[in-house]
Structures are given as structure tokens and as C-alpha cells.
Design a protein around this ligand. Structure first.
Ligand code: HEC
Length: 193
């Protein structure tokens, strides 16, 4: 081997070794740590109807595009936490009449030949149970599917607002974080009385 080749192979081998070591370390940390690597910010507590909806969801192949309850794919939208954004009737209407409910063109839900066109023609009772299931997938404060940003001060959010929010927005809109603060002091106040 020429000297250049040796260096090249050496660098590649080193990168492969670093990658393998990193993977092994990260995996063993993940397996042995008590806390999850990323905080889980969604939760669910199914009613009997919701659980029935979950079984129907599994039988109807929704997870071939969606992720929910910790499994599925990421081809479509992740459904975990969506129940904090919409209610049962929204979900039912979406499954039945996707485009009208969405208010814009959809990719997979809708009329044939779209890939999820079969969903709208499932029995009404099934769609209703699945809508209940979806409404019970709740998000916690700070999750990407929650309206409420993470607890506490965040210099990241402050700097993003400074950088991107047009000046007019400050007078036009309220910062939801101020609203959360007043809400929680009011709750403490109420609890004392
Ligand atoms: C072929 C892939 C595919 C399948 C199968 C599929 N979906 Fe979807 N789903 C999507 C995509 C993509 C979107 C985003 C909207 C769109 O463009 O169609 C979506 C959106 C949604 C939404 C979001 C609505 C919102 O307003 O945020 C819900 C709820 C949903 N799907 C439920 C289901 C259920 C329940 C099933 C099974 C009965 C299912 N989907 C099957 C691809 C799929």
C-alpha cells in the first residue's frame, strides 16, 4: 500500500471505530439509565371505548403511516398528544371528510386513489371509537403537540421571539407564557382560600 492509501484507510477505520464505540456507549447508557434519554411528554389513559378504538386502529393498519402509543412508523403525522389539540368530533369528522375538516388539500386521507382513502369508508361505529381513542392521546406541557411551551424560563424561546416575531405582534398578541404564569398564580391563590 502507498503511504496515502494507508492514511486514508487509517482515517476511515478510525471513524468506524469511533462510531461503533459511541453506539455501544449510548446504547448501554440508555439501557441502564432509570430515566428515558428524552423526556416522554405524552400520556394516555384509555376508557373502554378508547381501548376498543385502539384495537380498531391497530386492525385498520393506521400504524403503517402513523406513530401512536410508542409504536408505528413516521411516514405520516405522529398521533401521540393530538388529543390535547382536538376533540372526538373533530377526529370523527376528519376521518370521514378529511379535506373539508382539514381545510386544505391532504396527501393520503381523502378520495381514492389516495393511499388512506379506505379510512373514510370504514363503518361509522369504528370511526367513532377510533375518534375517542385519538382524543385520549394527551400531551403534557412542553410537548410538540401541546399549546403550552416548556415550564420555566427559556432563553432559547426568548431569543427566537426577539429574532423572528414581527414587532407588531407584541401589541397584537399575548405571550402564552404570561397567561400560564397568571393562571398558575391564580390557582395558588384559589388553593389558599
Ligand atoms: C397511507 C398512509 C396513511 C394511513 C394508512 C393513515 N393515515 Fe392518517 N394521515 C396520513 C397523512 C399523510 C396525514 C396528514 C394529512 C394528509 O395529508 O392526509 C394524516 C393525518 C391523520 C390525522 C391528523 C388530523 C389532524 O388534523 O392533525 C389523524 C387523526 C389520522 N391521520 C388518523 C388516521 C387513522 C385513525 C388511520 C387508520 C384508520 C389513518 N390515519 C391511516 C397518512 C395516513
Amino acid at each position: 500500500m502507498k503511504k496515502g492509501e494507508k492514511i486514508l484507510f487509517g482515517v476511515v477505520a478510525l471513524l468506524v471505530i469511533i462510531t461503533v464505540v459511541n453506539f455501544v456507549v449510548l446504547e448501554s447508557v440508555r439501557r441502564h439509565s432509570e430515566k428515558p434519554l428524552f423526556p416522554v411528554l405524552t400520556h394516555f389513559d384509555f376508557s373502554a371505548d378508547g381501548l376498543q378504538g385502539y384495537h380498531l386502529y391497530q386492525q385498520s393498519n393506521c400504524y403503517s403511516c402513523h406513530r401512536a402509543v410508542g409504536s408505528g412508523t413516521s411516514m405520516g403525522v405522529s398521533l401521540d398528544g393530538l388529543g390535547s389539540k382536538h376533540d372526538t368530533s373533530y377526529f370523527y369528522n376528519f376521518l370521514k371528510n378529511p379535506e373539508q375538516t382539514y381545510g386544505s388539500r391532504t396527501l393520503d386521507h381523502g378520495a381514492p386513489p389516495k393511499d388512506a382513502a379506505y379510512v373514510a369508508s370504514l363503518p361509522d361505529a369504528d370511526l367513532h371509537s377510533m375518534a375517542v381513542f385519538l382524543s385520549e392521546l394527551k400531551s403534557d406541557q412542553g410537548s410538540s403537540s401541546s399549546f403550552e411551551p416548556p415550564k420555566g424560563e427559556s432563553s432559547f424561546i426568548d431569543s427566537m421571539i426577539d429574532m423572528w416575531a414581527p414587532d407588531g405582534w407584541r401589541s397584537q398578541y399575548k405571550d402564552i407564557r404570561d397567561w400560564i404564569k397568571t393562571k398558575s398564580t391564580e390557582e395558588q391563590h384559589d388553593a389558599k382560600h
